[in-house]
Design a protein around this ligand. Structure first.
Ligand code: B4P
Length: 195
């Protein structure tokens, strides 16, 4: 399963909850990058240059990181990817990785919210956590990239018939309820029942 949405739409927030309820591991590329930045690893030093200004980390770096993460044992019974893929090239790469593993995506969940609400939330987070990419200019740039590049990714999955959209506006519990109801729809019930 994938969770896609603009920055601040609640991806990380909801991914944690969905992962608990479905009993599948959640993998956030943003979290992996931040852990590497914190640990001062070569990957973190490279990623920080892009993250601080709100750019995507290059596909070559991100794809290899995801391939390596998906080769671990805990993803055998399923996984929830949060924040990946964000570019058309990442979609193609993920398709290849999954095909080689004999796996396929069951559902792509898109969380939606308007830009003003997203900026408001991320500025709120900036006050609480001081994340280096949560200042208004960088937030606007991240939103522009989402509209320019990641919406094409969403369109691709819509064409493939596996996209489910959920309104991300409302309280966190309310959004979780919507997500779980969307996942329980007959087409993807096998996922919710832990197939
Ligand atoms: P991410 O970590 O994915 O950051 P994000 O888009 O801001 O989402 P996040 O999950 O943190 O926030 P959420 O919406 O849950 O990426 C960070 C950077 O890493 C990227 O800019 C890029 O540089 C790099 N990167 C990551 N993946 C990449 C890839 N595939 N390719 C290239 N580069 C990549 O929550 C935001 C805030 O809203 C929180 O404070 C939360 O409390 C609040 N919130 C959530 N739901 C709410 C609700 N319903 N109501 C009110 N507030 C809510």
């Amino acid at each position: 399963m994938l969770i896609i949405g603009p920055p601040g739409s609640g991806k990380g927030t909801q991914a944690e909850r969905i992962s608990e309820r479905l009993g599948v591991v959640a993998i956030s590329t943003g979290d992996i990058f931040r852990a590497n930045v914190k640990g001062g690893t070569p990957l973190g030093i490279e990623a920080k240059k892009y993250m601080d200004v709100g750019d995507f980390v290059p596909d070559s770096v991100t794809n290899e990181m995801v391939r390596s993460r998906l080769s671990q044992d805990d993803v055998e019974n399923g996984f929830l990817l949060d924040g990946y893929p964000r570019t058309a090239a990442q979609v193609d790469y993920l398709d290849g990785v999954l095909a080689r593993r004999g796996q396929q995506l069951d559902v792509v969940l898109q969380l939606t919210a308007d830009d003003d609400e997203l900026v408001r939330r991320l500025l709120g987070r900036a006050r609480e956590t001081g994340r280096s990419d949560d200042n208004e200019a960088v937030i606007r740039h991240r939103l522009d990239l989402y509209h320019e590049q990641t919406e094409k990714v969403v369109a691709k999955y819509a064409e493939g018939g596996i996209l489910t959209q959920v309104d991300g506006i409302g309280g966190i519990d309310e959004v979780t309820d919507r997500v779980m109801a969307a996942i329980a729809a007959p087409r993807i019930a096998s996922l919710a029942s832990g197939r």
